[in-house]
Structure formats: C-alpha cells, structure tokens
Design a binder for this molecule. Structure first.
Ligand code: DAH
Length: 337
C-alpha cells in the first residue's frame, strides 16, 4: 500500500468518527490545511523523479478529493442533526398567524369608479382646501350674507373667520380663478355641516363637484352627462329624473334622482345630486377676483353639479346607514373585500 493510501484510510476513519464539529474542523486542518499532511505531500512532489510524478500526482488528487468529500458528508450529517433538533421543539400542527386581507373603503371604491367614468368624458381632477374662507364658500357662489346656509347653526366656523367648507362648490371658484375657459373638471372631497346626525346625515360627508364651461353649454349637456354617469355606475337600465330646484349659484337649478330599491325603502326615487346652469353672477365674481373678463357670461356658459358620494355608495352597496362609513367596524368593512 502506498503511504498516501495509508494516509487516506487514516483520514477517512478519523473524519467518520469525528464526534462533533470541532473535531471535524481539527481533522480538516490536519489533512487539508496549508501545512496539513496532504499539502505537504504536494511539496514533496518536486523531489520525485519523472516516472513517479504522474502516478503519485494522480493518487494525491484522488486522496485529496476523497478526504474533501468525506469532510463535507460528515459536516452535512452534523447540520441535519442540528436541524432536526430545532424542529423537534416546534409543533408544526399549531395554527399559523393569520394575515387579514384588507380592501378599499367603500367610499374610496365609489370615488375611483366615479373618477374613471368622468375621465372618459374628458373631466380633469381639481381640488381645494377643506378649510375655506367665506368668499369661496358663499359670496363667490352668489349666496348672500343672510342666506340660511351661512348661519352658525349650519356651518362650522373657525376662530378668526375661516370655515369648514359646506360643499365642494368652492373648487368651482378656485378652478376658474386658476385657469380661463374652456373648463371641464371634477373635484371630489369632504364637506362639513352642523347637521343633526342620523342614518342619512353626518357632520362630515363627501361630494364630487363637477364644472363644465364652454361656449353654448345647455341643460341638455348636463342631462346627457349625468344620465350617462348614473347608468355607468348603477347599470344601463337605471332611471334618472331631473326635478326643478333652487340653488343661488345656478339658474335653472335641478335636483337629480335615481330610482333604486336600495336603502330598505322598497323601490323609490333617491336624491343624489344638485346641479344646474352656472349663474352669471358666479362668472362675474370670478372675473372680479381674476381682474379680467375671462369668464364673460355673454360668451361662456356652463353646467355644474354636486354629487353626494356617500349617497351613491349607499345605493350601490345597499348600505342603510351613513354612520357605518366612519365607524371603522371590521364586520362592516369586511363586506367590501
Ligand atoms: N353645492 C350643492 C350642495 O351642497 C350641490 C350643488 C348644486 C352643486 C348645484 C352644484 C350645483 O355644482 O350646480 O347642496
């Protein structure tokens, strides 16, 4: 037996009987380390003659791979032992930690659907602050100082004069101040009123305001756009009704109703929006603020509307009480996953 083969057999025995990782590492250093037995055989190769060199060289390679493989195999055994020890301490039959699947709030869902519909009709998004001044909320919208909406019983006034906007119509004014006609925008957002809170009234609710200003815009345009919107949202057979009404900032003014079986009342007409043809006084107020005649009421006309977003969501998802939206009750929210 060649001394290298003896070396190999000894090494393999030692490796296989290594009781734990430290002993194995010691064996690795002893045989494969820089100044280990196998490495020093490599040094000795230089002293061999031509005939011996290839034979011993081949043998040396075989011994080195055999020892390397044995060390790896033994190390693998140790790793497996360690792993099964850890696993033995874990009860894999225990239930895991469940992850709740979230979803968008129903109001967000309505908002996204509505924006999508209006975008297809060419409306761009606009916005304005929730904390407003009286001018944007009332004066510019042709609402005189003695109008009941301006009463402290209806509006949240903040110290020093500002208020929480009572409708999103404020954004009509801001959009027109910012850019000349033609104008086609929607503005979704929160509104605030000191209402008695019940199933259909909340101190904070949401609207989508719309404004379209161009040359010769008529009630027919308004009806076409809003009917299209309602049918896209609620389905093609949805019946829509426009009833005469009064708003200071539109003339004529119309309330929009849709027929629905939602809200537990049986089939009924439900009011979903206010709308109308923009009052010339609104254009004049904007012109005055802009310091030009960009919104010349002789040249431009427009329609505007304010959709009740909460109401739309209540109809679409058949939610009987507006207070559910803000209660954060998971039993409610889970239904919209
Ligand atoms: N701002 C009105 C409200 O909150 C709704 C409304 C009516 C908006 C007519 C409009 C409109 O833009 O033209 O009751």
């Amino acid at each position: 037996m060649h001394p290298l083969e003896q070396l190999r057999d000894g090494a393999l025995r030692e490796i296989e009987s290594a009781p734990e990782e430290h002993a194995l590492e010691a064996a690795r250093v002893k045989y494969l380390g820089k100044s280990g037995c196998i490495s020093s055989w490599g040094e000795q190769m230089k002293t061999l003659n031509k005939d011996e060199k290839p034979i011993v060289g081949k043998l040396l390679n075989e011994v080195r791979s055999a020892v390397t493989a044995a060390i790896e195999a033994r190390a693998q055994t140790f790793r497996a032992q360690k792993e099964s020890k850890t696993l033995a301490g874990i009860d894999i039959s225990l239930p895991g930690t469940p992850h709740e699947i979230g979803s968008l709030h129903p109001l967000t869902q309505i908002l996204e659907r509505s924006i999508q519909i209006f975008r297809r009709m060419g409306f761009a998004l606009a916005d304005g602050p929730d904390i407003e001044d009286e001018w944007h909320c009332f004066d510019a919208l042709n609402t005189p100082p003695d109008h009941p909406a301006r009463n402290e019983q209806d509006t949240f006034y903040l110290p020093g004069g500002p208020l929480l906007r009572t409708h999103t119509s404020t954004v009509q004014i801001r959009a027109m101040q910012a850019a000349p006609p033609p104008m086609r925008v929607i503005a979704p957002g929160a509104c605030y009123r000191r209402d008695e809170i019940d199933a259909t009234h909340s101190a904070q609710f949401h609207q989508i305001e719309g404004l379209y200003v161009d040359e010769s815009v008529s009630v027919a345009d308004l009806k076409g756009a809003l009917e299209f919107f309602m049918r896209e949202l609620f389905g093609p057979g949805t019946e829509v009704q426009f009833r005469p009404h009064y708003f200071p900032f539109t003339e004529p003014s119309l309330e929009i109703y849709v027929k629905s079986k939602a809200l537990r009342g049986g089939e009924q007409w439900i009011e979903v929006a206010g709308s109308g043809i923009v009052h010339p006084a609104v254009f004049e107020a904007v012109n005055k603020a802009r310091g030009d005649k960009a919104y010349d009421p002789e040249k431009w006309s427009g329609y505007a509307f304010g959709l009740g977003m909460d109401r739309l969501a209540m109809i679409l998802f058949d939610i009987p009480d507006i207070r559910f939206f803000a209660q954060n009750d998971l039993r409610f929210l889970h239904q919209f996953v």
